[in-house]
Design a binder for this molecule. Structure first.
Ligand code: DON
Length: 306
């Protein structure tokens, strides 16, 4: 199978795609990105890397950071995390508040905003926000094996200024006792995680531990146990695309996590870590062409967990 030719074909097809979705417009840094951008990167289990389109250009990974934050939080508090966050798909929008009222302030899963805010609270622990943010940055750099990954401070600042829904979610959960630190400190951590800027290549490199039973293929060291890697993949499959998770499983059939920056990280256990990016989103806030590209890729490769 010639994966380099496949990704080149897919990038060429995506360049011609008429329906590209609409970039997120709640902050200027995202609204201003050209919807013609498209990148794809595949890192195989043996380390071979296949790139096409804008695979080397940085973009805002947004909610894809929730995978790395969850991994760190499980490392910090283990399965106790599940007392404060559920493991069920929500079937509601990523920023929805409705279920919190009848479910005692416990978010359905760690990949909706409410769940990721609880995860940020866990990672804040006894630290200063800047220490928790630094820890995340070091973690993601180590996963990718590259040091030139940064947090876009302008994106984080704009998120803070416009994040009224996230403020509402955080205050609501704090009222239930499910947030242990002051809301502004927790959200400072959450927004800086969302503002991580990475290329498709870096993101695919960072996702390798999830295809490799929890091992970092670059160093051979364990990032998480095989069981934990399997569980994170399961959550990506069931909850990684919010109320579009069923559709993504149906069309692509891989664990995946999307972000409103237009990126998607998808994992083929044992085979490959894949990142795609195209800023136009579909109605559920997931990358329109990123999803289509992954659908084409699994058609061509036969990759699926099913
Ligand atoms: O919290 C927010 O609203 C933004 N930082 C968006 C996070 C995100 O990517 C949700 N996704 N689809």
């Amino acid at each position: 199978m010639d994966l380099s030719a496949i990704v080149a074909d897919i990038a060429a097809e995506m360049a011609e795609a008429p329906d590209r979705g609409t970039p997120a417009d709640y902050i200027p840094a995202l609204a201003g990105i050209d919807p013609r951008r498209f990148g794809i990167a595949i890192v195989e289990a043996d380390g071979q890397c296949h790139l096409a389109g804008d695979a080397e250009d940085s973009f805002s990974i947004q909610s894809i950071s929730k995978v790395f934050a969850l991994t760190l939080a499980l490392g910090a508090v283990g399965d106790q995390l599940w007392r404060r966050v559920g493991r069920e798909p929500s079937g509601t929008a990523f920023n929805s508040i409705v279920q919190l009222e009848t479910e005692q302030g416990i978010p359905r899963n760690p990949f909706i905003n409410a769940g990721a805010i609880v995860v940020a609270d866990v990672l804040l622990g006894g630290y200063e926000p800047r220490e928790a943010i630094g820890e995340m940055l070091r973690f993601v750099r180590a996963l990718a094996g590259e040091d030139d990954i940064v947090i876009d401070a302008a994106v984080a600042q704009a998120e803070m200024e416009t994040g009224h829904r996230n403020q509402a979610l955080a205050h609501y959960m704090r009222a239930f006792g499910n947030l242990h630190h002051p809301v502004e400190r927790v959200l400072g951590v959450y927004f800086h995680f969302c503002a991580l800027a990475m290329s498709c290549r870096q993101l695919a490199l960072a996702g390798r531990y999830l295809m490799a039973r929890g091992l970092h293929p670059g160093t051979g060291r364990s990032v998480v146990s095989p069981q934990r890697a399997r569980r994170i993949n399961a959550l990506m499959m069931s909850c990684g695309h919010y109320d579009g998770s069923g559709e993504f499983a149906f069309r692509v059939g891989l664990p995946g996590k999307s972000g409103v920056g237009g990126g998607i990280l998808a994992i083929v256990p044992g085979r490959a870590s894949i990142a795609v990016w195209s800023p136009g989103l579909n109605a559920r806030g997931n990358s329109q062409l990123g999803t289509l590209a992954l659908e084409r890729l699994v058609q061509r490769t036969g990759w699926s967990v099913f």
